[in-house]
Design a binder for this molecule. Sequence first.
Ligand code: NAD
Ligand code: UDP
Length: 317
Amino acid sequence: MTRQTILVTGGAGFIGSHLCLRLFDEGHHVICLDNYFTGRIENFGDRYQELLLSGRFEWIRHDVIQPIILEVDQIYHLACPASPVHYQYNPVKTIKTNVIGTYNMLGLAKRVRARILQASTSEVYGDPTIHPQPETYWGNVNPIGIRSCYDEGKRVAETLMMDYHRQHKLPIRIARIFNTYGPNMSVNDGRVMSNFICQALRGEPITVYGDGTQTRSFCYVSDLVDGLIRLMNSDFHEPVNLGNDEELTMLRLVQAIEAATRRPLKVEHKPLPQDDPTRRRPDLTRARKILGYEPKVSLEEGLKKTIGYFEHALGLK
Ligand code: NAD
Ligand code: UDP
């Protein structure tokens, strides 16, 4: 393997921190760029000193809505808040991050002829009318709703990526990431996994939005990172779904967390947020065929590791 200089935007966030460590462990020079809106240096935990002293790990505090000049071989562009609570906190900023931020990273990639991977999302399918969702599906997205700053922002980002590919022959990769979970999610992240697990560990009622029959398919973070690296190192420029295709309802997720924490849980129903997708499961045919991708971590195993992490994060262990 030849050592590459790799930029990870959003590198101090949940997925970004795992990706940075994996790339570092593969021997690369890693530049972690973040504005620390939802990311934290603490996500590098007890490896911080080692990274600092290695001479091939750098942290840059920067906001991607401003251009930056760097010399890199690859760019994983993850910078963007991912939890509805965080991306709806300042929706105009979210859309600027997705559109201007991606435009800036594409400009950087074009200047140095770097390969660039966009962290897109299953949200580009909106509330899907086709199930499971293949990459050929164009989606069912509300352009003016409260999720639009994220969904439509990510759709424009995909358009920009494809136009830079067609117009400037830029080597691009587009990962459509489905719900991912694992250690380094913030306690206050607001997404379902962190909410349910923290509520269970604190002995609080589990806040199920709506009747809990809506579905998602949850991917453990190490599987997702494996897929991102496979995609980056492939020669495929069209979108690829990455995730886990085991689908479950939110009520079933409560049961799985009940079994994993060995505590009886009480459910408290809350209103379903506007435009909350009803069903979601990736069609992984393309990822399997082109990347040889296969999620390996079962929900049971992933929950065990994630619960262990949250026990520490909440100071319970
Ligand atoms: P996260 O919020 O933990 O990480 C996002 C990171 O980007 C944070 O470190 C944040 O501080 C940083 N950031 C946000 N705006 C920025 C800006 N303007 N400039 C620089 N840095 C900025 O979320 P995550 O779950 O790790 O998601 C990472 C990426 O993957 C996001 O692009 C997200 O849209 C995508 N994604 C995640 C999931 C998932 O389930 N986790 C699903 C689909 C897509
Ligand atoms: N959800 C829930 N309780 C919570 C947080 C989320 O029931 O405390 C539901 C939410 O309405 C959605 C699903 O869990 O149907 C996944 O939500 P999340 O915010 O994790 O991700 P996304 O909706 O972006 O897939």
